[in-house]
Design a protein around this ligand. Structure first.
Ligand SMILES: [Zn+2]
Length: 235
């Protein structure tokens, strides 16, 4: 049995925001779920909050978990580790990978799916991330789908099978932005930087570099930088 409700795992970055706007076209009722997990800066959560208002969706669930910071092992959660500079390496897990983060997020979303009666989970994972983040691979997404159905009362009692959607899986960053522009994604309010300085992107971390290259590839100024530039002039 299918239903027309979904939850989108939502960080406020380019990918999950594009996935959110995609989901608005596809499903009748859309929820966004943002997890505050002890990441270095809370700016991305503020952006996610604002974007979910712009998206006019059913609701924005914000979940706080504090143990990933204690687990450590990632430049995003462990203050002793430095956020790397420069582009992503061609292959291998990068230090900004957070141990089991996406698996945890997927299971948290599934818990809400059970109580809200939502059968669809939308993830913004995509091809540019696959060489460096093991938990963005298609085999991970399908394993997550198997796991949440195996443990869920939705499937067990109500015969509702949860489906994991990955609309960006075959796409690289520039293609994602092209798709998003068609969907009218307000990229001026999306946040990518791992290491912001004075509420502006650092311009040096892998997320900033990848973002800059993607907008360059489609011949467009990054709307976020354009907006920040304009607002700084106005102050
Ligand atoms: Zn940055």
């Amino acid at each position: 049995m299918e239903n027309d409700r979904c939850i989108v795992l939502f960080s406020g970055g380019i990918d999950s925001t594009t996935a959110l706007w995609w989901a608005k076209e596809k499903f009748k009722e859309v929820w966004a779920l943002t997890v505050v997990y002890g990441q270095r800066h809370s700016l991305e959560v503020e952006y996610a909050r604002y974007l979910s208002k712009l998206a006019r969706i059913k609701g924005h669930i914000i979940v706080e978990i504090d143990f990933l910071k204690r687990v450590g092992g990632s430049a995003l959660t462990d203050d002793r580790m430095k956020v790397p500079k420069g582009d992503y390496p061609p292959s291998g897990t990068i230090s900004t990978y957070v141990p089991m983060r996406n698996s945890l997020f997927g299971v948290i979303a599934a818990a809400y799916m059970e109580t809200l009666g939502v059968a669809n989970l939308v993830l913004g994972i995509h091809s540019s991330d696959i060489p460096n983040y093991p938990d963005t691979r298609p085999e991970w997404a399908s394993a997550l789908e198997t796991l949440i159905n195996a443990g869920s009362s939705l499937a067990f009692d109500r015969k509702i099978r949860m489906k994991v959607w990955t609309p960006l899986i075959g796409l690289k960053k520039p293609d994602i932005i092209r798709l998003g522009l068609n969907l009218r994604v307000p990229y001026e309010y999306t946040w990518s930087c791992y290491s912001p300085q004075d509420d502006a992107p650092c311009g040096e971390c892998p997320a900033c570099i990848q973002r800059a290259k993607a907008f360059q590839a489609i011949g467009m100024e990054d709307p976020l930088l354009a907006r920040i530039k304009k607002e700084t002039k106005e102050v």
